[in-house]
Design a protein around this ligand. Sequence first.
Ligand code: ADP
Ligand code: MG
Length: 506
Amino acid sequence: MAEALPIVRAKGITKTFSGVTVLQNVDFDICPGEVHGLIGENGAGKSTLVKIISGVYTPANGDIFINDHPVYFKNPHMAREAGIALIHQEPLTFQDLNVTENLYLGHTRGKGNPLIRWKELYRKTDELLETLDVRMRSRDPVRGMTIADQQMIEIACALSQNAQVIIMDEPTAALSHGEVKTLFEMIHRLKKQGKAIVFIGHRLDEIIEICDRITVLRDGKLVGECQKNDVDQDKLVHLMINRTFEELIVKETVPIGDVMLETKRLTYPGQYYDISLKVRRGEIVGMAGLVGAGRSEAASAIFGTCPALSGEIMVKGEKVHIKNPLAAMKKGIAMVSEDRARTGLITPFSIKYNMTFAILYRIASKFGFIRNKKEDEFVNKYIVYLNVRMRDTDQPVRELSGGNQQKVVIAKWLLTESDILILDEPTRGIDIGAKAEVYKLINELAKQGKAILMISSELPEILQLSDRVYVMCEGHITAEYNRDELDSKKIMTAASTVHERRAVNE
Ligand SMILES: Nc1ncnc2c1ncn2[C@@H]1O[C@H](COP(=O)(O)OP(=O)(O)O)[C@@H](O)[C@H]1O
Ligand SMILES: [Mg+2]
């Protein structure tokens, strides 16, 4: 790629909040036609840096140049005028207005032009939406739109103001898989149009996929700037936390007891075949494999979301018939699902509601009313235990970061006090710090004697935490290893070869 000159250059930026230095002498530049990733642990200073660049904060020290001219932004409006737009994680749209009204609200205000030619604005909006290839139309009401669509409105708004630099602060935190894909397509289009994009995120795979260049902050300092081509997740993690990912996952040894969960030849043709596995009290059993190997499907048979067509499930040695999740819950099985936005949480609802709906029967009084005090007691206990960072328990879950959302899902199931826990990709999409907390929690659950079946596509997780591992490939269990036999090569091989299964099943 031809070296483009930076459109924005921030030099030696330092920022303090009431005496505490949160950014120290940070250089950061943004080039046209480039996606520049900005990563770092929670509190590393990412948001503060982009807020300085977009005029929300003024730096204590340091300079900002646009096309080599020094600029001094006193407010976000000045930065907007200079072509810099910050897209908020929680879009600042007006629910009672339609798309066009939201788009032009910022323009018409204070320009001394009371005559708004609506017809023209609607036409312009539709044109813009078309070039962006988004499916909404100019007259659509914003109320009821997803966060993803509202983000699109913010992006469209920035473009309608001729923004050259578009900064996205954790835009994917509240998005589903499909929505992330749509956003990435949008980013590609913006890039092609020569826009400069800053992308803050936590999912390193996403970052590596979408960014051309990646800057890493740690404790307010710049610790690395990498080109897409010579970087991998391990290197980024190391830069972010100054430790390897493995060093972050500590396994605690706990006594392993009786078999709590056993399946015999669970089969659902086309999805999984002959799944026979055991999970014991205090044991963490890893389920490794590639995405699509059938692990989640097999797990959803155990939890009753989609029962197997043949095979048996035994809980504590007793054969059970699990037709639906309620039946599973009654047998003491809980599941933290892979896609928390879709199946784990009702994100517009409060933290409190999400945490307690699985146990309403325990906190409801005789007449079916929810006993508020009891509810608060339960919720507060686990909020503290899990270190959920939030404003208060009435806050909608969608406003939390991914890591904290995941903690709410886990809390929900902890509250059920089930003996058997199925965790499907428990740390997917959350930052390193939150991952470490989830690992601690998984250890803690094992210590309490729970039987844990952990599906994970992250090998370090499987290798460090599991007492035993099953590997699946194309719907079959292709290998089983004890902790002392574990190594990543063996797992990778078993995850990509089906014919080994006979050796295991026979
Ligand atoms: N308005 C503020 N007042 C005081 N401290 C703040 C403010 N904004 C951020 N901080 C602190 O600055 C540090 C960096 O925060 P932030 O830039 O939000 O980090 P990141 O976005 O990387 O998670 C944190 O320790 C945070 O608590
Ligand atoms: Mg931030």
